[in-house]
Ligand binder design. Structure first.
Ligand code: BDR
Ligand code: CA
Length: 307
């Protein structure tokens, strides 16, 4: 039986790769909807990009709902240096086949979860704004969420500031709402995603697949993450968000550790930092499982098979 999931995202190049992966697995993942949020680029672009990704993947059957255009309290920070002005620099994807749904993403989340016959898994690839607003508006939906599998946070160093990872930094207050909700959370941090790097050899392999998705992935990734590659001295750009979908398809590629995790919403230097009690020093009950290891070669094998 396909697992019911909702993907909340801000495409974004690595979000696009994650969506291509998810859309290629209808027998394992029953995608009830894709919800978009402002993050890497403003909401108009993340929503149009999600529609274009569905069009290229021949999955215009998946409804796309636009959500919140800005974080709860802070102004929107974007990542156009990494993803380009429209979020998908490097290639022209086909125009959308289906229109954006009229319903707001938050209303869709609440209605779908309330009516779900079985708990639904949420895959979150961007800031937590939509989910936080849904939880504030309808806290009872927490019982209908099986798990939140999220890309976000850092055990060690941040990427947008020394302390914070981008998704959490953009809307730390929303992240706080989610981490205090009691919903089971699996968090895949930068410490893990920085091990999943797209080398030139891997790029060439995507291209050699000679499929529409293989070409699009190669074109997008060829232009993605250059500042990160230079900054961290990496071999290639990190595939953050695809880790979330890879976990859903092949959980054995990851290990996790139970932690008590809080979000810094106060300190100017540490705003948006995930304070992860790796060694249990606070003696607080765990509220998040944080990724401890990843099989990066296994993820690339999965991507190649899927594209
Ligand atoms: C996260 O930030 C975004 O730029 C990526 O899409 C990913 O979700 C990595 O910090
Ligand atoms: Ca993202």
């Amino acid at each position: 039986m396909a697992r019911p999931i909702i993907i909340d995202c801000d495409p974004g190049v690595d979000d696009a790769i994650a969506l291509f992966l998810a859309l290629a697995h209808p027998t394992e993942l029953n995608i009830l909807g894709i919800t978009t949020v402002a993050g890497n680029v403003p909401l108009h672009y993340t929503s149009q990009n999600a529609l274009k990704i569905c069009a290229l993947a021949n999955r215009a059957d998946i409804p796309v709902y636009a959500g919140c255009p800005r974080p709860l309290i802070r102004p929107l920070s974007t990542a156009t240096d990494i993803h380009g002005a429209t979020g998908l620099q490097g290639t022209e994807l086909p125009e959308p086949i289906q229109p954006l749904r009229v319903q707001h993403a938050v209303a869709f989340l609440i209605e779908t979860l309330q009516q779900a016959p079985e708990p639904v898994t949420l895959a979150t690839l961007g800031p937590f704004t939509n989910l936080a607003v849904a939880l504030i508006q309808a806290p009872q939906i927490a019982d209908k969420i099986d798990t939140i599998i999220a890309m976000g946070g850092a055990i060690t160093h941040g990427n947008i500031t020394p302390a914070a990872e981008f998704n959490i930094y953009v809307d730390p207050h929303a992240a706080q709402v989610v981490f205090e909700s009691g919903i089971p959370i699996k968090l895949i941090t930068l410490d893990t995603t920085h091990q999943v790097l797209t080398t030139p050899k891997q790029l060439a392999a995507f291209r050699q697949l000679n499929t529409a998705i293989g070409h699009a992935a190669a074109d997008l990734l060829a232009h993605y993450g250059t500042p990160e590659i230079e900054r961290y001295g990496m071999q290639g750009a990190p595939l953050h968000d695809p880790c979330v979908i890879a976990y859903l398809l092949q959980p054995e590629l990851f290990t996790f550790k139970d932690t008590y995790t809080t979000i810094d919403t106060i300190s100017p230097e540490n705003l948006g930092r995930t304070v992860i009690d790796w060694w249990g020093r606070t003696e607080q009950p765990p509220n998040a499982q944080v990724a401890a290891s990843v099989d990066a070669a296994g993820i690339y094998k999965l991507l190649m098979e899927s594209f």
